[in-house]
Write a protein that binds this ligand. Sequence first.
Ligand code: DAH
Length: 360
Amino acid sequence: MDDLGDLRAKYLTAVNESADEASLEALRVAAVGKKGEVALKMRELGKMTPEERQVAGPALNALKDEINAALAAKKVALADAALNARLETEWLDVTLPARGRPAGTIHPISQVTEEVTAIFADMGFAVAEGPQIETDFYNFDALNIPPHHPARQEFDTFYMHRDEADERPPHVLRTHTSPVQIRAMEKTGAPIRVIAPGRVYRSDYDITHTPMFHQVEGLAIGKDISMANLKWVLEEFVRAFFEVENVELRFRASHFPFTEPSAEVDIQCSWDNGQLKVGEGDDWMEILGSGMVHPKVLEAAGVDPNEYQGFAFGVGIDRIAMLKYGIPDLRAFFDSDLRWLRHYGFSALDMPNIHGGLSK
Ligand code: DAH
């Protein structure tokens, strides 16, 4: 059985030189498979004398084990080599310097909305929401602006197109956040304390007007909420928002269909070299509309005006953002110009809160 030595050398060399799993498998079948060379040799054992068999049997078994072990070892070695090759190509240099610029910033509108929400949350106001495509009942009628009321013309409303046969109620893009007052009162009744920030729409476009802009509505209804409470809440708000110790507010008599009495509110400010400063000097700047909610509005929302009363106000978010952060042109808010966003944007990691600071 000298040719066992040849067989051994042939297969061990072939296994060693094998470059992939498929050729290893072919070698296994050829050497130690059912019809492989070693198996053929084993068949010859039957023809041998017992003495010959005693030598040849163990030698063949040892050869079979040796080839199997070589195949297994080569298989592991090939897998290791494949993994190393892959790691080599997927290598990542984690010591490379990071990008120099933050990937994005918080838009001033989002920032100011968060600031306003934080201030009013501290005074017990929850956030309410309503649809931007609103029925003209909620946008006008329920707010004491019946059809043909002159105030409807003042709003430059976007009306939704309707086919003549369409019998659904007329819809508009909401012209203000005031309809959320009605929806919030319908939902939870009185007493209630909510703010409603959101997008509003009017057909208007110049340096201080865009067809889409933002307002925040405030509403507080209870058994004995008065104009004095309105004044305190707005003073607290303005002081916290503009981050100044003291600021005078001026309440000017005005008219809104949904409030009686109504007041427009101006803040004390100064203009030094074109630089606006809030809370000093003797100029005034109008920032919001407000008043005691009209009994008809309470009634339209299902609240009994003989039992409940309260105040409402509406502030332009974009407007107070421009004032606080010295942003001159409203239209730039919505141009998506990266240079503008990087200049006026806020860090994504600084959430405004009353105690930690609003805009720091
Ligand atoms: N809705 C008014 C507007 O868009 C703003 C406003 C004024 C809201 C007085 C109020 C309010 O809640 O009481 O011009």
